[in-house]
Every structure is written in structure tokens, then in C-alpha cells.
Unconditional design. Structure first.
Length: 283
């Protein structure tokens, strides 16, 4: 059974919806008879995605909308919400999915940090803050699905700006769900979507064939829809390389750095390599 928000004639808005997981989710929602708006950058990419969505939507292009949006700019997101209201009457599902990962270094250029945080974190904040009040006022079941990352939980070395942005998404979405569940009469819930290794333009890095370890965007979107419909807040996705059991051990070890007073990121510390290996094996 799908979530009641995923119903025919209801409205889904997806940022980063022109490709990857965002487009895969949009295709699923369109196939259910939902009205779908995808927001992204690149007019050609949006037009191509719209054709794919119209092909699976029961009412064709009349139920599909696209908009060029820079989610790091609050005014763009306000304009998006207003346009969706005007075209479709409101929003039932908001998927704050757009993200970038150009790579970062601790002492790298500030502009790079600002752009990553602007899209990955502020894009989620803007989307949630702008859309949620109207979704609550709509008075029916709704979903806000924010795309995080395992890197925002275990924060591995190598890409600090991305880790900071996704750790912020986790903290923000937890706080958002707390607010929503305590708002009188609110039927909107928030969910933290945590993909594994997914073969998308973000992760391709020049590859044209999916690595065996990766899931497809379609597999990932289907898992997200299933788990959100089951009521999960933390939608922790496996892939073909890392099962949930290993993710759980990695997450527990990361939290244990605080509880056990270990050095930060001790999983990658030479003095703790053997202890971590034993922990993963359950010893």
C-alpha cells in the first residue's frame, strides 16, 4: 500500500527532478496519476525529462510541469511554490532532492563551500520552510522527503563541505519532523532519505556503465516509496555492495567515538583499525 499522499490527482514537487533519483521518483509518481512538477537547472534537461514523464502520465503533458529553479535562492523557491499553486492548486509531496558534489577540501576556496552548502543544505531549508505552511494548511496527508547521505552520518574524510551539508540536512529534517508531529491538526510528515551507492550523473564521474556495486535510480526510488509508505523516518537504503547490517555497524561506530571518547573519525585512524574490523564482525 502506498502512502495516501501518493494518490491520483495529488501533486508532487521534486527538486533535482531532471535526472537521477529525482527523475526516477517523478516517473513513479506520474505513473500513479499524480500531477508532477520537476524543478532543476538546464532547460534542455527539463524538456527531455518532461517528455519522459508525459509518456507515463495517464493525462500526458497536462499533468506535468517544469521550472528552472536555483534552490539556493529563497526567492526562486518562493516563485516555485506560487507557480505550483497556480497550476495545480497546491503540493502534497515535496521532495527536496537537488544536490551537488563537486568535491571539496578543508582549506579550499570559500566559493566552493558556499555553493555546496547553498544547494545541499539551504535548498532543503528553503524548500521545507516555504512549502510546509501551505501543505499543512491544505489539510490532507502530505510528505516532505529530504535527501540526505550516509556521508552526513559517518562523515568520512575526503569531502568535508559535502559532509557538513548532509549532516545539516539530517539535523534539520529531524527538527522538522518534531515540529510537524506536534503541530495541531498537521497531517504532513517529514522523512530523511539516505541513498546508498546509486549510479546517477552525480556519481558517474565519467563512467557510462553502472558499476556492479551500485543500485539504479529506479531501485532506489522504489525503496524510498516503500519505506516512506511504511512510515519510516530514516529511509536507509542498501545497495549491491553494502547491506544494511554493515551500514548499521558503521553508524554505531561513528556514534561510539563520542560515547567511548575515541578520536574523531576513528574508523580511519590506524590505532583503531583492528578494533573497528572486530566491531564490524560483531566481536
Amino acid at each position: 500500500m502506498s502512502h495516501p499522499a501518493m494518490s491520483s490527482d495529488h501533486v508532487a514537487v521534486i527538486t533535482g527532478g531532471a535526472s537521477g533519483i529525482g527523475l526516477a521518483a517523478a516517473l513513479r509518481f506520474a505513473g500513479l496519476g499524480m500531477k508532477v512538477c520537476i524543478a532543476d537547472i538546464g532547460a534542455d534537461r527539463l524538456a527531455e525529462a518532461a517528455k519522459k514523464l508525459a509518456a507515463v502520465a495517464p493525462r500526458g503533458e497536462t499533468s506535468i510541469m517544469t521550472m528552472t529553479v536555483d534552490i539556493s535562492r529563497r526567492n526562486d523557491v518562493v516563485a516555485l511554490e506560487g507557480a505550483v499553486q497556480k497550476r495545480f492548486g497546491g503540493t502534497d509531496i515535496l521532495m527536496n532532492n537537488a544536490g551537488i558534489q563537486p568535491g571539496s577540501k578543508m582549506f579550499g576556496p570559500e566559493d566552493n563551500w558556499q555553493r555546496i552548502l547553498g544547494v545541499n543544505l539551504w535548498g532543503v531549508v528553503h524548500g521545507s520552510q516555504v512549502f510546509a505552511p501551505f501543505m499543512i494548511e491544505r489539510g490532507r496527508p502530505g510528505l516532505i522527503i529530504n535527501t540526505g547521505s550516509k556521508q552526513g552520518i559517518t562523515t568520512p574524510p575526503g569531502d568535508p563541505a559535502y559532509n557538513v551539508s548532509k549532516a545539516g540536512v539530517k539535523a534539520f529534517t529531524e527538527a522538522l519532523q518534531h515540529e510537524l508531529r506536534n503541530a495541531p491538526g498537521c497531517q504532513v510528515t517529514a522523512h530523511l532519505f539516505i541513498p546508498g551507492f546509486v549510479f546517477t550523473p552525480l556519481s558517474a564521474h565519467g563512467r557510462v556503465e553502472k558499476p556492479a556495486a551500485a543500485w539504479t535510480p529506479e531501485q532506489t526510488a522504489d525503496f524510498m516509496i516503500e519505506r516512506v509508505s511504511m512510515g519510516d523516518f530514516y529511509v536507509l537504503c542498501p545497495d549491491n555492495d553494502v547491506p544494511r547490517s554493515l551500514d548499521e555497524r558503521r553508524i554505531l561506530w561513528a556514534a561510539g567515538d563520542i560515547v567511548e571518547n575515541r578520536p574523531p573519525l576513528s574508523r580511519w585512524h590506524k590505532d583503531y583499525a583492528d578494533a573497528f574490523a572486530a566491531f564490524v564482525k560483531g566481536k
